[in-house]
Design a protein around this ligand. Structure first.
Ligand SMILES: [Ca+2]
Length: 152
């Protein structure tokens, strides 16, 4: 009878241990991932990106393409480090163009409006539907977003 009791206790403990491990597996894993970066989130933060114009005609006279970046509401648009922004990992923001903060899509979350040299962007892109990637840093955390444009 005692043996059965201890077998049940052992079984109960094992079940409990497995349950606890399963419950805490993901937060533990998250801790291991964030510890090397001192608690910061290491994966890129997703930002909403809008591009104007949607269609890039190589013969167009326009000097710039305009990109709107909207960070998640836990961040402030002013925390974006403009000098860190790259289009498709290569083209920086054209510092001759104005950089403004507004609410382009009228959703009460502020967006950053930046411009890139249109000729540089057109040179970089293949013809057809092309994904424009935008990366940079916000409050020293990496962010990324993308938008699909049409190139004529
Ligand atoms: Ca907005």
């Amino acid at each position: 009878m005692k043996r059965v009791f201890w077998a049940l206790v052992l079984f109960g403990c094992a079940t409990l241990a497995i349950l606890v491990m399963r419950l805490f597996a993901s937060p533990l894993l998250a801790m291991v991932i964030t510890i090397p970066s001192y608690g910061r989130i290491v994966y890129p933060i997703k930002v909403a990106v809008d591009v104007d114009p949607d269609s890039l005609n190589p013969e167009s006279e326009g000097k710039w393409i305009t990109v709107y970046i909207e960070p998640p509401s836990s961040y402030n648009v002013s925390e974006i480090d403009v000098s860190s922004i790259r289009l498709n990992d290569s083209i920086p923001v054209d510092d001759e163009a104005s950089i403004t903060v507004g609410d382009h899509d009228h959703d009460d979350i502020q967006d950053l409006m930046i411009k890139f040299d249109r000729a540089q962007v057109v040179d970089l892109l293949s013809r057809g539907e092309t994904k424009l990637g935008i990366t940079g840093e916000i409050n020293e955390d990496p962010f990324e977003g993308s938008y699909t444009v049409n190139t004529g």
